[in-house]
Design a protein. Sequence first.
Lengths: 585, 268
Amino acid sequence: MNSAGVAKDPPRGFLRNYLFSTNHKVVGLQYFFLSLFAVVVGMALSWIMRIHVAWSDAGIPGFQSIFGMNAPGGVLTPEYYLSLLTLHGTIMIFFVLTTAPQNAFGSYFLPLQIGAEETAFPILNMLSFWTTLVALCVLLSTLFVGDGPPISGWTSYPPLSAVGSDAGPGLGTGQNLWLISLGIFCIGAMMSALNFIVTFVDMRCEGMTLTRVPLTCWSWFVTAILILLSFGVLLAAAILLLLDRNAGTSFFVPANLLVSGKIEPHAGGSPLLWQHLFWFFGHPEVYIAILPGFGIVSHLIACFARKPILGYKVILGCMLAIGFLSFVVWGHHMFVSGMNPFSGFLFSIPTIIISLPSTIVTLLWLGTLWGGRLHFSTAMMFCLGFISTFITGGLSGILLAHPAIDSYLHATYFVVGHFHMVMGVSAIFAIFAATYFWFPKMFGRMMSERLGALHFGLTFIGVYCIFLPMHVMGMQGSPRRYAMLTDDFLQSTVAMHQFITIAAIAAGAVQFVFLFNLFWSMFKGKEASANPWNATSLEWLVRSPAPLISFAGELPVIRYGPYEYGDSTEEQDFVMQSDPERRQE
Amino acid sequence: MGVRFPMGKFFSAVVAVIALASVGLFFSRHWIPAPAAQHAPILDSQLHWTLIDAGVIFLIAQFVLAAFVWKFRADPERKTKVFPAGVRIAVIIAVVFIGVELFSAATLGRRAWASMYDGSASNSLQVEAMGQQFAYYFRYPGADGKFGPVHTDKIDASIGNYFGLDRADDMASKDDIVSAELVLPENRPIDLFLTAQDVIHSFYVRELRVQQDMVPGMRIPVHFTPTKVGRYEAVCTQLCGLGHYRMRAYVRVVPEAEFETWMRAHAR
């Protein structure tokens, strides 16, 4: 029925095979390397910011030669600090946390895991990657134009972001390019989401009923729906803000603004409208980053605990509930925005309720570990790290869900610590787990487990050293997004900032172990068998690395659920989803 | 699979140490500055209880994780076991935990949040605060109790007309007092009206437990009663441009008599 499900001869030539390829595995790898590049840039930016915050009056050797007039005497200017901060947030949120778990691993493994030869719209898949790459190039181009990247942060609240260079450096060309980049990214993300949804619904092979689909695929499916519904709103908001900036409209700018001694020619707009639109996207975005992690962790701990996942249908229900609820909690970003306090109270209720499904899933993971035969591969370690950091970040979120408490902690380092713990660390841990787990399938070789153990151990300790102290700094009232610590009451936090910076540099340096392991193993790693982890899902049916044509015309027929571990009396303790029917015992 | 290094035990030990260390760090001293406003104790008590509640759950969850990882490492002699009634227990624990949170939000939380929006009292002092890149200015209505109208085109920092008052033509503006420092009497309710001239700013005074964005085009009221004499920093917490980090003002809470003296000295 599906023409895309029928194997075709692979196109010939390097360009069609590896560059402008419509093959879902190639597109997945392209996304993977795009995110890898982006995360290295994003991390480098965070190093620079951390060093600057901790030693803001000391000239840092090398800064002047790298940043020129943006760091006279080796001290970053406050505006350049904010430029880097904007870039760090934008790159990490969009080009790492949205693309890596969803597009990189989803493009590669969604069709494989549901037994499809291709995605539903291969050309759309290719197009979405190239669109995303253009968006990244446009974003990075802000470093080289006018007075640099915008200084308005990744949330870019108007009027700051709406009135052009009057309000500060980077808010002219830089801000325009930032909005264009975001708009292009939205289009790419929506195209790929559409493709994922149709692929999931329409391309499952025979016997792959909805309750036999691996939880990874469910998480990519739910995430794709969130992307489709939320990025459209962000795209609209970005277009409206571009119009405010360049076409004289006033969606977000009220009358009588006096910016740098000039009365702005706008009237009638509402700054809060942007915040509503932005966070209507922004909160689902949090779950766009973390839900694929839910899928990956559920999938992997079943495999490495050699047990069926506890409560498959409940986890699935929780993911759907989270997806739905994520659209009705956006106001919790706006408790102190000037929104009616009744709305604030109203938004706090679903915010607390959304932690119910998250709590259930976490407990089910713990229940899956109980009584298992745990294999501590690096992939498993990152899953366990995910659970630990998710507990930590989730619980600090409970504090912020209460409007009165948030009114004290809002915009402090407590919030920075909280969202980095969940969106930063947990989501990145899921990406690491997925990388170590699927590397043999993607590249045909095993990553070094020894280096992997080193990478995990030091990273795990490092992230807690970085982000836990931020919570207490927030309790003490340290505002975020400060280029320097000049306030009297912030002087007591300088030592803690320096500790965090040292931890960040150390934990960042450990990532080079990962990069080395990744590239070294690609060429020198031990050759991988088809199913090195004794896993059950369909991607392990094909040889490693996965051939361009996965199933060569013979699509598998599914007879088992995705987590049939440990209940076999024979030598192997698992049943692959497409294994022949077992004898009656 | 796995390496010789006892990864599971290492992980369990690290998780346990981190859990204890973080709880120790949080409760090692009182990080929050002493409160100086009437509604602050209610807010502090909600923060306090939620912190304890989250801290207990945090410790239990991290230790359960550590214990399971410690105990259930792969052993060829042992078969896997299924957690008895696992799903039901997980759902019950989660419902109870979130139920407690919802209950606390509906009681303690609602009271704390409402205490910040009590509305104005009959004897309250009205003050206007205006944020601009990168300073705050404050305005008292003067003897007539009325704020004069703002004319954006008349704003001129060089002659100290930060609000754009027309003292020659507007009756209500004549006696308005403008100050770069917010001076407040102790134990008297304050209605602070927040506005902004250019971009969004925020008004955050830790000791007063007040944080509220200042949005251009809006006039947002904040009500509180300072209860402790002292000098506090008001800082901007909404990214407002390159000088965001140095945007601040001082709030000076003084005894009523001293406040009257200050008002008389600045009266026009």
